[in-house]
Design a protein around this ligand. Structure first.
Ligand SMILES: NC(=O)c1ccc[n+]([C@@H]2O[C@H](COP(=O)([O-])OP(=O)(O)OC[C@H]3O[C@@H](n4cnc5c(N)ncnc54)[C@H](O)[C@@H]3O)[C@@H](O)[C@H]2O)c1
Length: 381
């Protein structure tokens, strides 16, 4: 514990964390800490750094976001425009996925939108040129669809990832890439919380293809020096997520049913544990990983300390909305066979290395999400 009057000086050695001591760079502000653990104190100092580093890193930079009209891509695009970046979005707007032109409404006159498919090698050869950063988020996200149409998932989540990297190798090897990977690649956890050392044994085709997509990025970093980092996202939620169905996240269809006055359907016994990240926190992690050279070639879990079971989550949403009901029903058989049971992440690696930790609590994130869909439901139903 550090006491009220303890001060962390720029340039000093921070308290040991995970067995190492770390030098706080001289640019850090002197931080007066009120009764924080040493780890919290380091995060606080890192946050000061992040707040200063991120605008400098992205202002006037040339950025490509694949999947940029989707849920996370659009939230990222809005933030990057606010930071002064020149942003191009590439998205195929395949109707079953989360792309929606309204997602970028707040910045529609300040981004370039290219409706193209990342499977088109000629388009990608052209689109990657001259970019400082590539946020590679285009993907098929439905686990069930990947079982029904495995070749489409293979083409988008695996083959196209390789061709994006080949385009970078040939036309822009200096680019820095952030890849959106997923906790799905761990499959049914052998232990909890799941850290990055956990074996990868996905339970569905989507998990296998995302795993390959991730490792192509790490391979190109290691072999060709094309700087890349992979973030293994857990359940991400917030404004602009797809709520028409459960393709992107079950939480989406829960919110739609709640607002439509229908009961939320919980599959299974409702006791499955999950962790959730609000989308702004995921955007933070992406920006930090892009900005920090220490992230090159690394794989980091994202996660949250607020682990919750699905029944409690449903109760929470009903309370926050002020009305609604839920029912617990048996798993549809085709989902049961690919279900991963309980999952929550150990995200201590990215916290220790890059100082990332989620800031938005579940209650606040859900409140903001409900408010967004109350206002804009006709554009997402
Ligand atoms: N949302 C989550 O909880 C979550 C969790 C883990 C990983 N991820 C990963 O994050 C990334 C973004 O996910 P999201 O939640 O924003 O989903 P999303 O469906 O909203 O966004 C993906 C976007 O990619 C676009 N896209 C798909 N195939 C394409 C193609 N062939 N060419 C061009 N564009 C294409 C879609 O139109 C969509 O706009 C995905 O790669 C996903 O696997 C998301």
């Amino acid at each position: 514990m550090l006491l009220d009057a303890d001060i962390i000086f720029a340039g000093s050695v921070a308290p040991a964390q995970h067995g190492t001591s770390r030098v706080i760079p001289r640019t850090a502000e002197i931080t007066l800490v009120e009764c924080l653990t040493s780890e919290q104190a380091i995060i606080k100092v890192e946050r000061n750094l992040q707040e200063r580093m991120i605008p400098d890193t992205f202002s006037n930079k040339n950025i490509l976001i694949t999947g940029g009209l989707g849920f996370i891509g659009a939230n990222l695009a809005i933030r990057l425009v606010e930071l002064g970046a020149q942003v191009t979005l590439v998205d195929s707007l395949i109707p079953e996925y989360g792309g929606n032109l309204f997602n970028v409404e707040p910045v529609k006159d300040r981004v370039t939108i290219n409706i193209a498919d990342v499977r088109d090698e000629f388009s990608m050869d052209y689109l990657v040129r001259g970019r400082d950063f590539l946020f590679n988020l285009a993907g098929q996200t439905s686990h069930l669809d990947s079982m029904r149409d495995p070749y489409k998932d293979l083409d988008i989540n695996c083959r196209a990832q390789l061709s994006i990297l080949e385009a970078c190798r040939k036309h822009n090897p200096g680019v820095k890439i952030v890849f959106a990977s997923t906790r799905q690649i761990y499959g049914k956890p052998d232990y909890l919380p799941v850290d990055e050392k956990h074996l990868l044994h996905p339970t569905d085709v989507n998990g296998i293809n995302k795993m390959a997509g991730e490792w192509y990025h790490i391979l190109y970093n290691n072999v060709y020096g094309i700087r890349a980092v992979s973030l293994r996202l857990t359940n991400t939620y917030g404004p602009r997520m797809r709520v028409k169905d459960a393709r992107q996240t079950f939480l989406g269809i829960w919110i739609k049913r709640l607002l439509d006055g229908e009961p939320i359907e919980i599959w299974g016994d409702g006791l499955q544990l999950r962790d959730f990240n609000y989308v702004d926190d995921v955007v933070d992690a992406m920006l930090l990983s892009a900005a920090d050279e220490r992230a090159n070639g690394k794989i980091y879990n994202l996660g949250s300390d607020e682990t919750i079971n699905l029944k409690t989550l449903a109760e929470k949403i009903v309370v926050l909305y002020g009305q609604g009901t839920y029912s617990i029903i048996p798993f549809p058989p085709e989902r049961q066979v690919i279900d991963i049971g309980d999952y929550y992440s150990d995200y201590s690696l990215i916290r220790a290395r890059l100082g990332w930790a989620p800031k938005i609590k579940l209650n606040e994130g859900l409140r903001r999400t409900l408010a967004f869909y109350r206002k804009h439901k006709e554009l997402y139903w």
